[in-house]
Design a binder for this molecule. Structure first.
Ligand SMILES: [Zn+2]
Ligand SMILES: [Zn+2]
Ligand SMILES: [Zn+2]
Length: 333
């Protein structure tokens, strides 16, 4: 698609406002992908996703200077630019320019996903696709995931004022797709798998999106959900423990209070904050046998002991009394 005035647009573009166009195409691509059992919807999902990617990549390129989005940077004409009446750079050339002028590089896998979509778009546009329906839907979802990463990493940071609301809308649309379209969530889980495998600590459920994708390390910047992107290092740690218990374990604070019990949050034997919760992990997803402290990050899958006097967990399963109670008793003597 070398033309700024895109052939898939219906009617004439009166004003060249790429960010609005790009997010509109994204919106349409996602709704079509949601109903992609119908081959016609899948076709428009691919066509419109391709348009969204091309436009949004150029939106980023344009921030480096208008000339970069012209196919021929020497033929820059501001009037033509305003009217969208110029030959714009191709997607592959735009990506090369982004690398050169802004140091933005896509990984091989990401480029692969975008190339597949481009080829499929060409087939659809000219011949109608002969590709396997499931494969196309899966690969479209992978390309959407690449776009989502691109928006998060390269468009949202330092976005000009007039783009912020549109980018927020784009991120909201993608969040919706992640929870409502199986192929989209599958594409994301496939992409983050290696990141989660490489994590040396525990990976637990995200209390927000409920995916097992939170690289757990309270207080550290890397303590975030790789599925929905929520940065848990920025949250109040004790409130997060409660959120985990309520959302992941399904324990209601109200019921717990009514029954006269408390939430299953114990005192951590390391930091002594009430933030120790039994969690499931990526290595052991079906049982909740790992104790994790949402305050200091201590975690163990070894059996803990319990203080016979106050009930607080102890590090040694054979310990009958916790250090606090011991101090207390010693002080009384
Ligand atoms: Zn999440
Ligand atoms: Zn702790
Ligand atoms: Zn005790």
């Amino acid at each position: 698609m070398g033309e700024a005035r895109d052939s898939t647009l219906s009617g004439k573009v009166l004003e060249f406002n790429p960010i609005v166009n790009g997010v509109d195409f994204l919106d349409s691509a996602i709704s079509n992908l949601a109903d992609s059992q119908d081959p016609r919807n899948l076709k428009y999902a691919v066509l419109h996703l391709q348009a969204a990617i091309e436009i949004l990549v150029k939106v980023r390129l344009q921030r480096e200077g208008i000339k970069h989005v012209f196919d021929d940077p020497y033929s820059v004409d501001l009037n033509k630019f305003r009217q969208g009446d110029f030959r714009s750079v191709s997607l592959s050339a735009a990506l090369k320019r982004l690398d050169r002028v802004a140091g933005i590089q896509l990984a091989d896998k990401e480029r692969g996903a975008l190339n597949f979509l481009s080829k499929e778009r060409n087939k659809l546009q000219h011949f109608g696709s002969t590709s396997n329906h499931e494969v196309v839907a899966t690969r479209a979802a992978a390309a959407l995931d690449v776009l989502s990463q691109f928006i998060q990493r390269h468009l949202t940071p330092d976005a000009p004022e007039q783009e912020v609301a549109h980018l927020d809308r784009a991120e909201g649309l993608i969040r919706g797709a992640l929870t409502s379209i199986a192929a989209v969530s599958w594409a994301r889980l496939t992409r983050i798998g290696p990141e989660l495998d490489a994590w040396s600590g525990i990976v637990i459920h995200c209390p927000d999106c409920l995916q097992m994708a939170w690289t757990f390390l309270p207080h550290e910047g890397s303590s975030r959900c790789h599925f929905c992107g929520r940065d848990w290092s920025q949250e109040d740690q004790l409130a997060t423990a409660v959120e985990y218990v309520e959302n992941v374990l399904g324990e209601s604070r109200h019921v717990a209070v009514k029954d006269g019990g408390g939430l299953p949050i114990a005192t951590c034997p390391e930091c002594e904050f009430a933030a120790l919760v039994m969690v499931a992990t990526r290595n052991d997803p079906n049982t909740y046998l790992t104790a994790a402290c949402f305050y200091c990050g201590f975690s163990t899958n070894k059996r803990l002991g319990s203080c016979g006097r106050c009930g607080t967990p102890t590090l040694d399963p054979d310990d009958g009394i916790c250090p606090n109670c011991l101090n207390d008793l010693v002080a009384r003597d």
